[in-house]
Design a protein around this ligand. Sequence first.
Ligand code: NAP
Length: 272
Amino acid sequence: MILVTGATGTIGSAVLRQLLAAGHPVRALTRDPAKLAGSAADVVRGDFDDPDSLARAVDGVEAVFLLTVARPPSTRHDEALLKVVGDARIVKLSGIGAGEVFDGGTVGYWNLAAEQVVKQSGRTWTILRPSSFATNVLAAEGQPVINPTGDARQGVIDPADIAAVAVQALTEPGHHGQTYTLTGPELLSVPEQVSQLSEVLGRTVPTIDVEPAELARQLAEYGEDAASIEAMVRGVSFARAGRNAVLTGDVEKVLGRPAGSFADWARSQLAD
Ligand SMILES: NC(=O)c1ccc[n+]([C@@H]2O[C@H](COP(=O)([O-])OP(=O)(O)OC[C@H]3O[C@@H](n4cnc5c(N)ncnc54)[C@H](OP(=O)(O)O)[C@@H]3O)[C@@H](O)[C@H]2O)c1
């Protein structure tokens, strides 16, 4: 049995879909099982902040897709899972740039710390460090795409490719001790992505440039905690300074085919 955490989110839902399509037995963790009504997975109610629910969720599990989004950022959810799970293979979703020092602080410090917790757990492990998700430029109907990274380019990746690498690491041998930095095939800025998306959709997708300081102000207004705001602002400022202009061949190394392009991802949105 493979446990997928974050199963209702962008990456976890793709991991869940691909594992089920390949015929693997899958358990999906969510705080709200109604979100996965009708899924062929064994859907379980679970919360990283509720140890009993986690203990039930890991029963009989041989591999775990581990995705956490603790607020404020910390390793407590990773630790909670590792405390109850048996000798399972762990595929941990981290992020590109984790541990880079920028502007007096550490980018993705919680992801780096969580990687260490997983590595030191004695389990079989694989770390995935994806670049910026293509889905980041999807805005709610009638809303502009928020662009916090200016004209800086990043190796934007299709979430389906991140999921495909996760599925390999969860189900095939040879991935223990590997850290994969996952990028798409080309460096693109948000305006370049939006231009390609507009062309595919046949309509202009509006964007709004938001400086990091303004982003911080808006996040505070939404009630985000100070540590999360600082972490997010450091990450986007790092990218905005051009420091995440990174391409790797790790998707191809694992999947035996190149990562999909942003344009292909945009076209796949039309089909959905
Ligand atoms: N966006 C990017 O460009 C980017 C790039 C690199 C790395 N990342 C990393 O990707 C991760 C986010 O992935 P995502 O976008 O796929 O997530 P997402 O769509 O924001 O979904 C978050 C998931 O976490 C689950 N969750 C939240 N709190 C939980 C709790 N207390 N207990 C159990 N489950 C909980 C939610 O499940 P329920 O609500 O159903 O319980 C949901 O499935 C973050 O760690 C981020 O650092 C993002």
